[in-house]
Structures are given as C-alpha cells and as structure tokens.
Ligand binder design. Structure first.
Ligand code: ZN
Length: 524
C-alpha cells in the first residue's frame, strides 16, 4: 500500500501506485474477456472510474495463441488503465485443468506486459477432501519455486502470491508457513486469496470470512490484499471489513446474461420487476418490459451497465464508511440482506473477531456511534473501551452505587443526569464509588463517562434477550475484577424490560454473595 487515508475494522481506504496510474482502495476489478466485451474496459474507466481491471492469461492463450510480445494486453483491450492477469487458476477451478504449465502462464503474462501478474496455482475447492487439498497446496508451493526464476528476471510486472488451502484454514496456515519458511514472500508485491468463488456460491460466508481472516492475520499489511471472485455487491462491505483491498468480480456480466438485476439488497429477475428501482442512466431510460423486448446484446449490455453502477455505488458507500468510521453500521445493515449472510455476521458480531477488528479501528472517531441493538455489543470500539475499564480503573471505595438509568439513549442525557445528581454524588464520593449501567457497554465508572467511546453514541434502548445475556456477562466480569464488598442498585428510571435486567443483576449479586441494597437515589 502506498498510502492509507483512513481505516476501520480491518478495512482501509488507501492508494496503490500502479504503472498506469494510482488506484484508490478498496476497489473492484471488473473481469474482462480478452476478446468479446459488450462493455469495454475503457468505457468502464470513463463511466465508473475503474482504473484496474482483470483478464485471464489462459483465455487469451485459448483465443489468440501464445503472444509474441509485439502487442500488450492494453493494446488488445484498447485500455489505458492498469491490467491484472489471472494465470488460469480460475479455469482449473471450473474445468479441472488447463493445458499450459506454470512457466508458460508467466510467459503469456510477461509477453502481454500485464501490470499485475499471478503464478499458476492449483485451487482447492470446498469439495476436496483434506488430503486432496493438501496435495494441491504442496503442488502450488512447488510451482512457486518453479516460477521464481521468471519472476526474478521480470520485475516490470508486480507478481501476486496466490493463497490456497480453501475452507480448510489449517491448510492456509500450513501453506503460508511454508511460503515464509522458504523465503518466498519477499518476491511478491501483491497477495491474493483464491478458491473463494465456490465457497461464495454455496453461501458459505462463515468459511469465507475465516479464510480471509486467517490469510490476513498471517500476511504483512504493507502489501495489498486481493480476493479472487467477490461476486455480488452485498458481500463487498464484509470482504473489505475483513481486510480485502481489492477484489474482482464477473457477476455484473454473468448476472446480466441471465436477466438478473442487482441491487445492494439482493437480486431480482428482470421478469419479476414492476419497475426498475434505481436511478442510473439505464434505469432512468428503460422499463423492465423494454429491456426484455430488446435484442439480446442490448439487454445484456444495459443490465450489465446497471449492475456495474450498483457495484460502483456500493464501493463508494464503503469508502465513505471507512472515512467516517461507521463501517460496522454498514455491516449491520447489509447483514439483513440474506439469511446466510446474517448467520455469518452474527458469528463475527459475537466477539470472536473483536481483536482482529480492533487492528484497523482508530482509538477515537469524529462521529458518534449508532447502536441499534445487540449486534453492536462487541464492536471493537466498545470491546476496547471495556478492556480499558478492566485494566485501568481503580476503585476508591469498597462500596459501589450502580446507577441504572440507561433508558436514556445518548450521553447528553446521561451527562445532564450526572449534573442533576452532581451535588449529591460529590458529598458521597469518599464513602462510595459511582457507576452507570449502560446496556450495550456494561458498568461504566462515572469518571470515564466523558471519554471516547462512551461519550458519543445514540442507543435504541431496546433490551433484547441477547443483549441482556451479553450485558450480564460483562457485569459478572466487572464484579470479578473489582471485588466490591457492597453494592447499591439505584434504578433512576423505568424503561422497556429494565425490571428483568434488575432482577438478573440481583441474581448475579446473590450468586457471588455480595451484599446489596436497592435504593432510591435521594435515600443514598
Ligand atoms: Zn440502474
């Protein structure tokens, strides 16, 4: 990466300097056919600012034979932007094999003057058994060795290290371990995760997420990270949040060939649309019926243009979220698009990805956090904030008053409340500590209420069962770390099912054998 403008979760808004001009990340590389395109790469660059596209070295070879070095792929495609070439591994994934060897594949890419090239790896689709996948991983490692002499003598191309292992993340770990041990890593200025397309087409997003995370954790962050075959735009915010800087997709054209019309919330068949729910150039000028009545090429081209528009719009939305620091909110929103995506998102929202996400999440943000419910409980800002409380807070007294007031849904209301209570609290701080109970945080000592991230949020104040059980774990943890000998529960207002919450806190205190009282604030 040549510049990082801002980051959030594991995603980053940045810049990669390439031979034919800078590329802003995250970005989509539209897949281009080496010969027949209803929308040219140059038109995509002009209309959507795509300055990096991808095409297949193997398909070029099948269509035109071995290139002699006279013409570049840029001349063939009539494109003045950057071109990445895939080695043919995708065709191996789809058809089982290709009739070129690893060195021939590199030769094709070099002769065509690809800006970014890839070695011919062996994909590991999800149907492989562990031992089949392991064999393929070993073969890819062998092929890296075979490819090195060509790579070393052709530095004008940026060479990509493909990452194999598939949904067996242990194999990804093994593969990258071997690559490091053999000192191969330094030869590559681009990294790319492969064997993703079939995992994605099975809607196995849980595996997809863990494949990206495992690779990202094991690779240096100064090198751009690419994902081969990102598919539908609904997945873009997730692959970016997990650390993909670039990703390619042919979905815009493949979907168009089947009359499938993309939206960021899912896909429609053209036949089932009453009108086109979009205001792009195509959708402003055509009706679904007119498109269906048009000749095949016109229809495919226009649906593909719309699909590119949707993909580009989603990309820009992600970049804005990265800049504003609200990528998490976008994930919450997009997770509702498909049940399998929601299931996978619930898995990353349950705390198991928190440290991974903390990596790129700034320690303070300009904008307030919008908390709509339990899915935001373990977002990295709050996990980090809680950790800070547990590590740094030191109690002054053996007695704590827990002010349960959090039906108030933003810090201004809580601060106002604190001002209201200030005098009464002030006279008692020598005898007892004070803390607020905030449903999506836990127990927050009064002294910290004006610090980030506790000072900037809007909260829905709906106490779902899931939120209550997460909250109770944090209350337990607080009482474990800070062994108060006496607790006063001080409900300040009634809201939603706050009574259930208070009963549950009493159960926790009883179990821990901590003496407690429930009091009105005026009686303290
Ligand atoms: Zn449109």
């Amino acid at each position: 990466m040549d510049e990082i403008i801002s980051s959030d979760l594991h995603g980053r808004l940045g810049k990669i300097a390439l031979p034919k001009g800078d590329v802003i990340t995250p970005t989509l590389l539209p897949v281009i056919d080496p010969r027949n395109n209803l929308i040219t790469a140059q038109e995509m660059k002009k209309k959507f600012d795509f300055n990096l596209v991808i095409t297949s070295a193997y398909l070029y070879y099948k269509r035109f034979g071995m290139p002699d070095g006279a013409n570049s792929i840029h001349e063939t495609l009539g494109f003045d932007g950057n071109i990445m070439m895939d080695s043919g591994a995708y065709q191996v994934l789809v058809y089982g094999d290709v009739d070129i060897d690893p060195v021939q594949s590199l030769q094709i890419q070099s002769n065509l003057k690809a800006d970014i090239g890839v070695i011919l790896d062996v994909p590991t689709p999800p149907a492989d058994t562990y031992s089949q996948a392991k064999q393929k991983v070993e073969e890819t490692i062998r092929r890296i060795g075979v490819s090195l002499p060509h790579i070393e003598t052709h530095p004008e191309t940026i060479w990509t290290l493909p990452i194999q292992g598939g949904k067996n993340v242990k194999l990804i770990e093994h593969y990258l371990g071997e690559v490091k041990d053999k000192d191969y890593l330094s030869h590559f200025r681009f990294h790319a995760l492969g064997s993703v397309a079939p995992v994605m087409s099975q809607y196995d997003f849980l595996s997809l997420f863990s494949m990206i995370r495992t690779s990202r954790e094991l690779l240096p962050h100064n090198i751009p990270f690419h994902l081969f075959g990102a598919g539908h735009p609904m997945i873009f915010p997730f692959v970016v949040a997990l650390g993909s800087d670039t990703f390619d997709s042919a979905a815009y054209i493949l979907y168009a060939k089947e009359n499938r019309y993309m939206t960021s919330e899912g896909t429609y068949h053209l036949q089932e649309l009453y009108e086109l729910p979009c205001s792009c150039e195509v959708c402003s000028n055509w009706t679904p019926k007119e498109l269906l009545d048009a000749d095949e090429d016109t229809r495919i081209r226009n649906v593909a243009l719309h699909n590119l528009h949707v993909s580009y719009a989603e990309l820009k939305r992600i970049r804005v979220s990265l800049k504003d620091g609200n990528l998490w909110e976008l994930l919450v929103n997009r997770s509702k698009v498909h049940p399998s995506l929601y299931k996978a998102f619930k898995h990353i929202a349950n705390g198991s990805y928190t440290e991974f996400f903390e990596y790129g999440t700034p320690s303070t943000k300009q904008t307030g956090l919008k908390i709509s419910g339990e899915d935001s409980f373990y977002r990295p800002e709050y996990s980090r904030g809680r950790k800070r409380i547990y590590e740094r807070y030191s109690p002054n007294n053996s007695k704590i008053v827990i002010l349960i007031s959090s039906g108030r849904n933003n810090p201004v209301e809580i601060l106002n409340l604190r001002i209201e209570l200030k005098n009464s609290i002030k006279s008692k701080t020598n005898e007892m500590d004070f803390a607020f109970l905030i449903p999506f945080i836990g127990i927050l000592p009064l002294e910290l209420i004006e610090t980030y991230p506790f000072s900037q949020y809007v909260f829905s104040a709906v106490l779902s069962e899931g939120l209550l059980s997460k909250l109770e774990l944090e209350i337990e943890r607080f009482l474990e770390i800070f062994p108060y000998q006496e607790v006063v529960l001080c409900p300040l207002d009634d809201w939603d099912n706050s009574k259930v919450l208070i009963e549950n806190i009493k159960k926790i205190l009883n179990n821990r054998e901590i003496p407690f009282k429930e009091k009105n604030f005026r009686e303290l």
